[in-house]
Write a protein that binds this ligand. Structure first.
Ligand code: C2O
Ligand code: CU
Ligand code: CU
Length: 494
């Protein structure tokens, strides 16, 4: 009798262990050797703006649904801008005034947020500027910030992950001719290549899988990576030096980008602009929403593979595995021509950075705990969490109290990460940023100046950019006001 019970218990245990083992080993994704890089990398088209009578650059953006061949031979229902999937690359210069005409032909309300843009809050495309189906939204602002690789994506309350996952996202390239110090590769699609990274789960018929991962602490992790919407891509390279503009436009995944042969490359820019000096690195890690610009040198005739190596998430072994910390993903093969056009090495000095005076800076603290709140509060459209005085410089201190990965993004501004204990921050955090990874147990401090736009009625957002967390409520709102002003009540937003 006893032995039978013991046997049954033992069988159960072994069974549970086996299930756990299967879940465990199924959790990591390794696509090395599974790629032949057969498709030519798609390059999102540059959208040429028209100029209106007032001299504004007008960009026409139609949000629509359609069908796309994400996997060869299948059709996937997707959403996009001016096409069925993803959107065109927008480009403008410092000093330009832009007018965006955003028409929503999707079946539900959405917004379009200009991630990384310094602009008035009413033009931001946050959850407070919904565009109903059939409606057109027309924000306008003057571009006044350094050259950078920004992006745009929907930001509807509770629905951001879904809308981005369906495919609404694109790049915004800003130029600053006045501040140009030296030459970098800059022929779009020729030696200046955008790389939008997104992971998907697709079933055999090519349908997008919207299911949540039962165990993952960060949400849906796909086993198929698309670059600019291209599966299994290669890029023909005719120049010795190529600039790659990387964007992590996934919903949850962190990429640790480098080359399969571990060659080094030159990091020239981060989220909000060029670095002061180039940094030689072998890896650049990008959490959701982050960008990086790098320049890599190729040799005639060679083929090299850009890969996402296992990211360093700083979590325990269990969470690491289920947050994609053990995953290796092939991204793109670069195929160099036999004869290459020579180009100069990136210059020793790339940009001049404005110094922030921290003498009078006040410090604000943000605690990330669980996966749905900041400072213990969930996002509430009617609550202003923080009031910032126009013209002030502040230090924001973000502490991750949860055992799981988070990052932190702030609208409107760009910030400098502060080194701890007198040390300089690591290479990838030495430039201007608008989104930063915050590992479990870690505190990240950064400084920013809040300039130009005061509006007591319309808030900007700060949030974890892991979109499932953001949608669950890991987001807050701040207003920028004239010194001494109070925020106005928000209860009557549309
Ligand atoms: Cu990229 Cu609040 O967003
Ligand atoms: Cu943003
Ligand atoms: Cu998070």
């Amino acid at each position: 009798m006893m032995t039978k019970v013991a046997l049954a218990a033992a069988t159960l245990l072994v069974g549970a262990a086996a299930v756990a083992g299967v879940v465990w080993s199924a959790a990591d994704v390794d696509t090395v050797g599974r790629h032949r890089f057969e498709q030519e990398l798609r390059i999102p088209p540059l959208l040429a703006p028209r100029t209106d009578a007032a001299g504004r650059k007008v960009f026409d953006l139609d949000l629509r649904s359609g069908r796309s061949e994400l996997l060869p031979g299948t059709r996937t229902e997707t959403w996009g801008v001016n096409g069925p999937h993803l959107g065109p690359t927008l480009r403008a210069s410092r000093g330009d005034t832009v007018l965006m005409r955003v028409r929503n032909r999707l079946p539900e309300a959405t917004t379009l947020h200009w991630h990384g843009m310094h602009l008035p809050a009413h033009a931001d495309g946050s959850p407070h500027q919904p565009v109903a189906p059939g409606a057109t939204w027309m924000p306008s602002w003057k571009i006044d910030q350094p050259a950078a690789t920004l992006w745009y994506h929907p930001h509807p309350h509770d629905r951001t992950a879904d809308h981005v996952y369906r495919g609404v996202a694109g790049l915004w390239i800003l130029d600053d001719p006045q501040a140009r110090m030296a030459e970098l590769p800059e022929r779009y699609g020729v030696d200046d290549i955008p790389l939008i990274l997104q992971d998907k789960r697709l079933d055999d018929d090519g349908r997008l899988d919207f299911g949540q991962h039962a165990i993952s602490p960060i949400g849906r992790l796909g086993d198929t990576v698309l670059v600019n919407g291209t599966h299994d891509p290669h890029l023909r390279v005719r120049h010795r030096r190529v600039r790659l503009r990387l964007l992590n436009a996934s919903t949850a995944r962190v990429y640790n980008v480098g080359f399969a042969d571990d060659r080094d490359f030159t990091l020239v820019g981060t989220d909000s602009g060029l670095l002061e000096r180039p940094e030689r690195v072998r890896r650049i890690q990008l959490s959701v929403g982050e960008r990086a610009e790098l320049v890599v040198a190729v040799r005639p005739g060679e083929r090299i593979v850009l890969r996402s190596h296992p990211p360093e998430l700083g979590t325990d072994v269990f969470n690491n595995r289920f947050a994609g910390g053990a995953d290796t993903l092939e991204l793109l093969e670069l195929r160099a021509a036999e004869t290459l056009v020579e180009g100069p090495e990136p210059p020793a000095r790339l940009a001049d950075h404005e110094r922030l005076d921290l003498a009078a800076a006040r410090t604000r603290r943000f605690e990330l705990s669980g996966s749905a709140s900041i400072n213990g509060r969930r996002m509430d459209m009617d609550r202003i969490d923080d009031v910032v005085a126009l013209g002030s410089t502040e230090i924001w201190e973000v502490h991750n109290r949860a055992g799981i990965p988070h990052n932190f993004h702030v609208h409107d501004i760009h910030f400098r990460v502060l080194g701890e204990g007198g040390r300089r921050p690591p290479a990838h955090l030495r430039g201007w940023k608008d989104t930063v990874y915050v590992a479990p147990g870690e505190t990240v401090r950064f400084a920013a100046r809040f300039t130009d736009y005061a509006d007591p009625r319309t808030p900007y957002m700060f949030h974890c950019h892991i979109l499932e967390h953001e949608d669950r409520g890991m987001m807050g709102q701040f207003v920028v006001v004239q010194p001494g002003d109070e925020p106005e009540h928000l209860g009557d937003h549309p």
